[in-house]
Write a protein that binds this ligand. Sequence first.
Ligand code: ADP
Ligand code: MG
Length: 530
Amino acid sequence: MAPATFGIDLGTTHSCIAYVDEAARPVIAKSAVGEDTTPSVVYFEQPGVALVGTAAKNSALLAPHLVAQLVKRDMGRKNTEFTYHGRRYTPEKISALILRELARAAEENTGHTVRDVVITVPAYFGIAERDATRKAGEIAGLNVLDVLDEPVAAALHHHALDSSPQTRHVLVYDLGGGTFDTTVIRVSGDDIQVVCTDGDGELGGANWDERIVDHLLAAFREAHPNLDPSADEQAMQAFAERAEEVKKALSATMSRNVALRVGGAAVTVPFTRQQFEDLTADLLDRTLAITGRAIETARRKGVEHFDEVLLAGGMTRMPAVAARLKQRFGLDARLSEPDLAVAKGAALFALIRQAKNVRGDARQLGITAVDAMAKKRVATVVPRAFGVKALDPRDPLALTDPLRARQMVAHLLQANTELPADTGPYPFQTAIDNQRMAEIEVWEQAGPTASEELADNTKVGHGMLTGIPARPAGCRIEITFYMSETGALTVHAKELEGGNDVRFDLAIGGMDHKAVAKARTDIAGHQVSG
Ligand code: ADP
Ligand code: MG
């Protein structure tokens, strides 16, 4: 039997699992109900009994207090817990339940044991979110070979990363159910690297669905002015389902009638692709504005031209996406299984990871692509900028009244720097006279682009530099960041007057091994089905 390694796209609204067959082709393992993707929704039917996927999604409006969804948005967020039937669940644990169901259904449908997996994450995920994703896999009882950027996985699926002598650039436009992101990837030889990424975590298919629901409601009210379906949860659940159905249908057909029934009242609403595109044009425009911003960032980093433009995410099945990318930027985008590409690419990557160990076996199996793939190296980069809190040296108050001066984040480690990274010493100085100690606060960029505003960053740790000699303000301090390949950050601060220094390590991740083991036992005790 082929070495069974699986790739998992753990999506905000839909997840998908794939493996590579004996002929080195990635194949989707179907869900319990025979679908290619599984809604990332968990319904806590009873204490310790979790339903995952389509059935759970259909319970979302009817029993919202028992349903967890969009949990990916909370991954890596500290102190976030949800309570169902009096039990507490972290985002990692809820994700683990989704992973368990994906693995369970895949085992049932392929006959392979699911153990070694690669799980994908958005390119903008920081260290904490990546760590949480890895731990979710461990809590689910899986062996996580690696976490991989979704756009890199999509590009692997498209063979856009196959070796070629020239350096090439790939733009990935990914519009999913709850998020939009766009990423530029550089491929030179066997090295694959993210150049930049941008996006909006609150923009996705659900926004398009909402617009359709509003339109259907208006049409219904016009036909039945005395009825208000919006007060009826069951009716709203039905409207939401109809809206998503008609949206998908209009990717393939030009018009569709939508039949609505509330109580005894019924109405059929004719709906055309043109109407749909007009109702949602501003949403698509928002994705184009962000794409333009990413193209501009890439240009500043020396990218003049895109050799490939790839579409990922179920929403890119809408013909308007490729049409508008062409019209606005002159880009010719490739569309191939956009909602499955990430899982399939992850399965290929899982094989790359394993090929390094089992190349011999693979050769016996006649997997010719394996050798070539084993050479590939996906560079690990700092997903987001890291820095320290400091007074803004441009603020005149920094000299006269430092306590009131503007505080900012001075980034030492820029996003997309290749790991391991050593920043070398950065110069700072004490702000007040006779300052005997300095707190070194470490902050990570929170939004998609780096900004020195405190509000756009999150504090991730701190250390105290003590023993500074009593001197006037302006004692020189040097701060150096070193980040390992796995994202462990070492901070070294040294004051140059007396020679004292402090060195501290920050594990950016959340849960420790003991917490993971405990969560794993807890989740193993759940009955999970699709
Ligand atoms: P994510 O990775 O964000 O969880 P997906 O990439 O699976 O999500 O995309 C899910 C979104 O794609 C949903 O909003 C879904 O309605 C939409 N979608 C799926 N198929 C189609 C289609 N044929 N046409 C338009 N939208 C679609
Ligand atoms: Mg996705």
